[in-house]
Design a protein around this ligand. Structure first.
Ligand SMILES: Cc1ncc(COP(=O)(O)O)c(C=O)c1O
Length: 403
């Protein structure tokens, strides 16, 4: 199967690719290789001339650099994304900070989405400048803003589509085309979409990153991240982020993520369909002022969503007439939804993301950006991550909470 896996639909490949029966035992489930060290033959040479800068031909030596179980996960992820290579990391944050610290140096310029996962925004705007990296945050859903922000030293544009928490989209193909002549790399955080929905490399992006903690593992019981792209870029990133920054994923986590990932396709189909139905229903509720979901005709980028997304995702954000009251009800009265951060579990999660709190903790908006954010989110949104429960149970609970 490994050699022929390209022939199969992704639903098949995700359960079958790179999992040939073990030679010794004929076991079907992959074994977990926990060993940190591997014996090697010094006569054969452990490294290429590039040493740690190119580990692609190196034998397994030390689990901080490569490990057979992590390797198996990386091959399967690369296959799903259509990437030449992958580095699995300890968390999604490790993937993104490792990516930035591997590719950017003093004097380089980074453009990021002005609405994205708080940890990424804070790392980019509060930490990278300490290392001499210039950072500009723009609304990447407007390609002109990105292109206008380009400078001679712009090395990387990093976007999130759909974005957390506003569910705005960036047109990956148009942006990749716009960046072509500049030589600037485009990386896409596709955590919200997963390869089931959008494969950014096929739209011209150079790099894809994921928090595997979310939909790809899908069970809320392990942390992980991944960076995918060309072999040459990934060699550089593996040595810097993996070896030197120590962002490597453990074998145990890799094994769990592989197991979770095998049901990625049916999980995504089920929860996206449920989320779509719930988003439609929310739009009709009197307490709901606005629903942000890429699959709704009311989403300002619905046409782009139809081109770029095979399904519309499991995350919904909505504004209500009294966010404090509804937040309290979700926290105290819900039985099916858990009031908790994070996304992408088999269990449905809800959390309030209040505009003033996000402003103070993360975004430090200018007056203009605050107004733009408020035009989508008002005082804040309730973010739902839809799980695998029956849609009717989720709707019944929402009806009660939004009474
Ligand atoms: C879009 C996105 N990217 C990255 C991350 C960070 O991932 P992790 O929690 O695995 O570090 C998150 C976490 O919520 C996220 O939502």
């Amino acid at each position: 199967m490994s050699d022929n896996s390209y022939r199969y639909a992704p639903e098949t490949a995700v359960v079958r690719a790179f999992v040939d029966p073990e030679l010794a035992t004929q076991a079907i489930s992959p074994s977990m290789v926990m060993s940190v060290n591997h014996c090697f033959d010094p006569q054969q040479g452990a490294f290429s001339a590039q040493g740690l800068e190119d580990l692609s031909e190196a034998p397994y030596l030390y689990a901080g650099w490569s490990n057979p179980t992590v390797d198996q996960l990386e091959q399967r992820l690369a296959h799903l994304e259509g990437a030449e290579a992958c580095l699995a990391t300890a968390t999604g944050m490790a993937a993104i900070s490792g990516l930035f610290l591997s590719l950017l140096k003093h004097g380089d310029h980074l453009i990021i989405s002005d609405v994205c996962y708080a940890g990424v925004y804070e790392f980019a705007t509060q930490v990278l400048p300490d290392y001499g990296v210039e950072v500009t945050a723009v609304d990447t859903s407007d390609i002109t803003q990105v292109l206008n922000a380009l400078q001679k030293n712009t090395k990387l544009v990093h976007i999130e589509t759909p974005s957390n928490p506003l569910l705005t989209l960036t047109d990956i193909r148009s942006l990749a085309n716009g960046l072509k002549t500049s030589g600037t790399l485009l990386s896409v955080d596709a955590t919200f979409s997963t390869p089931v929905i959008t494969k950014p490399l096929s739209f011209g992006a150079d790099i894809v990153v994921h928090s595997l903690t979310k939909f790809i593992n899908g069970h809320g019981d392990v942390l992980g991240g991944a960076i995918l792209g060309s072999r040459s870029l990934l060699n550089q990133i593996r040595s810097r982020a993996g070896v030197y920054l120590g962002a490597t994923l453990s074998a145990q986590s890799a094994w769990l993520i592989m197991r979770g990932m095998e049901t990625l396709y049916p999980r995504m189909k089920t929860l996206c369909s449920s989320a779509h139905e719930i988003a439609n229903w929310l739009e009709k509720q009197p307490r709901v002022l606005r629903v942000l979901y890429p699959g709704l005709a009311s989403h300002h980028q619905f046409a782009l969503a139809q081109q770029q997304m095979a399904l519309f995702g499991g995350i919904i954000a909505f504004q209500v007439d009294d966010i404090d009251l509804i937040q309290q009800r979700f926290a105290q009265e819900s039985h099916v939804f858990y009031y908790a951060f994070s996304i992408g579990h088999q269990r449905s999660l809800a959390v309030a993301m209040k505009t003033d709190e996000l402003d103070q903790s993360t975004y430090h908006f200018t007056a203009e950006k605050r107004a733009a954010f408020r035009s989508f989110a008002g005082d804040g949104v309730i973010r739902l991550s839809i799980g695998l429960e029956a849609t009717e149970d989720l709707l019944r609970e929402l009806e009660h909470l939004l009474r």
